[in-house]
Design a binder for this molecule. Structure first.
Ligand SMILES: *[C@@H]1O[C@H](CO)[C@@H](O)[C@H](O)[C@H]1NC(C)=O
Ligand SMILES: *[C@@H]1O[C@H](CO)[C@@H](O)[C@H](O)[C@H]1NC(C)=O
Ligand SMILES: *[C@@H]1O[C@H](CO)[C@@H](O)[C@H](O)[C@H]1NC(C)=O
Length: 642
């Protein structure tokens, strides 16, 4: 920690006079993104747009000298919904006026997926966080945290203050719509930063601070962001003064923040009242009918579970998705698979591009498992996983909303000789990066997340490429959905033929090791630029795994199997490594396959492949296709292959 701060100090522009100024929003801060100055003199960092962020950094930049100082400001958060926050806001010390490419949602308009956690950021943020992000180890959805260079807090505490009289802790709700005061004091001799939160009515903040950190600091500004739920983040007057004594600040009247804007006008409101009255009558009748129906048919199924409201990912309105995809037009169709169709769309009110997967469900059973699954998946965050933004149920369809990946799926690049000639090929560097990206996503799912998550359907079609050609794993959990609850009458196995590990076919139980199996095959495909099984090649080359193994056993050149365009001597070391590792991972015996952490270490060159590798992988008895005793649910795009 202290090293980062020595770096930070070096880039500070040091001012040699002490200063004391009152920042009155206008003129002193430059708004960026959705930030704006309101007529009532507040700085509003976000507007009602979803997934947006706003920043206001001071101008001209006034660096804080290498001395003690204190900063006090008032702020307030007006959420769209009473009991659910959006993402929150932050007070930021930064060497520049914001970092380039800030992201919304959990990144609070400060960082993004790529620079999060990098020591080169030189940023300290005091976050007023109203969303519990498990990926950053957040303690709750109402806390104050001190973050250095990334979203993971080095110190955090639930929002509240310690009473001066009795020392008791009092809770404060950040989303209460009330104006509150945040006081930051920095004592230079002790290199200590203290943060205190208090109600705006207190003229002096409580003596005992909420958080305390020994650090050194820089220039400042505010940021805030929204996610799928909106909130307005207000920043009021701020005072910076030298020394460690908090000034007494008395607001003449504590401002009351305006309510979250509703889209309705007065006339529409009247119409709405009439409609509402009618709707109430209609609802009454309908519920009576429903009640009767319920007793007749005993169809007991609660649609929205309690947890769904509290913790679940965003539930989109069908209309929102309908509009976003222009009514699920054929033109918006991105692809089609065994599990449904995928449409491209743009969320109204923001430029966020999304991919909407539509899948049908015919049975009501399994719904709660499905929703539980969605709630888990919705909380996963990793740069190499496609983010699930939310879902929707409408009639017999389920809709899953993901981030849109502009470069499509990996299979398009790999099998291009069979399909699209114009598609540009991938270089070896790109391919190696893709392999590592997928490995790091799997490592996260298998070993780094609080629960073990098995993907169950690793294949090139489920690896998507973002605008920078980073690979992201998509579609997790879906296979399980088909596997578990949906049709309990049959023992179907979900997955894609060819990528299903033999023991999974025999026992029907997926493990992390069945994912490693499919990942091994994926590595081979990425290196060889072809499908696992090809009919149009000489017979001994038809089954990719067997061909590579044969080349190796007979002392041939493994590079013969590698795609022509990347078959270069300077790549030999890495190519052979990936081919051999691919064979090891896709070994038919479960216990031979390495765990993802070992795979990652081998790919990163931090550890070696086993010496007797050839003997291990050539074990003939363990090779060959096993009997298929259960019905296999095959994804449509893989049918083309076989
Ligand atoms: C919010 O601010 C952004 C950036 O200035 C703007 O593009 C967007 O239209 C605003 N949204 C609303 C609802 O005012
Ligand atoms: C503060 O809030 C938390 C969570 O809502 C609760 O568990 C705790 O008991 C509260 N503490 C006090 C002192 O009210
Ligand atoms: C900061 O907090 C610590 C621990 O609560 C306290 O000992 C110290 O005096 C505080 N410093 C200032 C300048 O308020």
């Amino acid at each position: 920690m202290s090293r980062e701060f020595e770096d930070l100090q070096r880039i500070l522009v040091l001012f040699f006079t002490l200063f004391s100024l009152i920042y009155n929003s206008n003129g002193k801060f430059i708004p960026e993104g959705s930030a704006a100055f309101s007529s009532s003199g507040f700085t509003v960092l976000t507007n009602t747009s979803k997934h947006s962020y706003g920043q206001a950094f001071n101008n001209p930049s006034v660096s804080i000298k290498n001395s003690s100082f204190n900063i006090n400001f008032f702020f307030g958060i007006v959420p769209e919904h009473n009991h659910q926050g959006s993402n929150g806001m932050a007070f930021v010390f930064s060497p520049t006026r914001g970092l380039p490419g800030a992201s919304s949602d959990q990144y609070l308009g400060i960082f993004n997926e790529t620079n999060n956690g990098k020591t080169s950021n030189h940023v300290i943020a005091i976050e007023l966080d109203i969303h519990k992000d498990e990926e950053f180890g957040d303690i709750d959805d109402n806390h104050v945290g001190i973050n250095i260079n990334g979203m993971r807090s080095v110190a955090s505490a639930s929002a509240g203050y310690y009473d001066d009289e009795d020392g008791k802790f009092h809770n404060l709700s950040l989303i209460s719509r009330k104006v509150m005061r945040l006081s930051i004091v920095y004592s230079q001799p002790d290199k200590q930063l203290n943060v205190t939160l208090s109600p705006a009515e207190f003229s002096v903040p409580p003596r005992k601070s909420l958080l305390s950190l020994n650090q050194d600091l820089s220039i400042f500004g505010f940021t805030a962001s929204t996610g799928s739920i909106g909130a307005l983040h207000y920043m009021l007057n701020m005072l910076i003064a030298p020394g460690v004594d908090y000034p007494s600040l008395e607001l003449i009247a504590v401002p009351i923040l305006p309510p979250y804007p509703k889209k309705l006008h007065d006339t529409t409101r009247k119409i709405l009242w009439v409609c509402l009255t009618l709707a109430v009558i209609a609802a009454f009748v309908a519920s009576w009918i429903g009640f009767v129906f319920y007793w007749r048919h005993k169809k007991v199924k609660e649609v929205i579970e309690e947890w769904e409201i509290q913790y679940g990912p965003h539930r989109f309105a069908y209309k929102e998705l309908f509009n976003a995809t222009k009514g699920f037009k054929e033109k918006q169709l991105l692809g089609r698979g065994g599990f449904g169709q995928v449409y491209r769309g743009t969320l109204p009110g923001s430029d966020a591009e999304i991919a909407v997967k539509r899948t049908s469900h015919d049975s009501r059973q399994g719904m709660s498992e499905f929703l539980a699954e969605i709630s888990t998946i919705g909380r996963l965050r990793h740069p190499n996983l496609v983010r699930l933004l939310g879902y929707c149920r409408h009639k017999e369809h389920l809709y899953l909303v993901y981030d849109f990946m502009p470069n499509g799926s990996l299979d398009r690049y790999l099998y291009r000789c069979n399909t699209d000639e114009s598609q540009e090929g991938l270089t070896w560097e790109q391919r190696f990066k893709i392999i590592k990206d997928v490995a790091s996503a799997l490592l996260y799912l298998h070993q780094e997340w609080v629960q073990i998550i098995i993907h169950r359907d690793i294949k090139p079609a489920n690896v998507l490429l973002d605008h920078e050609m980073n690979a992201r794993l998509g579609d997790f959990g879906l296979a399980k959905l088909y596997d578990q609850g949906f049709d309990p009458q049959t023992t179907r196995i979900a997955g894609t033929f060819g990528y299903i590990a033999p023991e999974f076919l025999r026992i029907g139980r997926a493990t992390t090791s069945t994912d490693v199996y499919a990942f091994g095959l994926l590595m081979l495909e990425v290196v060889c630029g072809r499908r696992l099984i090809e009919r149009r090649v000489p017979e001994k080359e038809q089954v990719l795994v067997d061909w590579i193994l044969e080349l190796w056993e007979e002392g041939g050149d493994l590079l013969d199997a590698v795609e022509q365009s990347i078959r270069q001597e300077q790549n030999r070391g890495q190519l052979e490594l990936v081919l051999k590792l691919g064979l090891l991972c896709s070994h038919h015996a479960e216990m031979v396959r390495p765990a993802m952490s070992s795979v990652m270490r081998i790919l990163n060159g931090d550890s070696q492949l086993p010496d007797n590798l050839l003997e291990v992988v050539r074990d003939e008895k363990l090779r060959g296709w096993p009997e298929i005793s259960t019905e296999v649910l095959v994804d449509v795009d893989s049918l083309v292959v076989l």
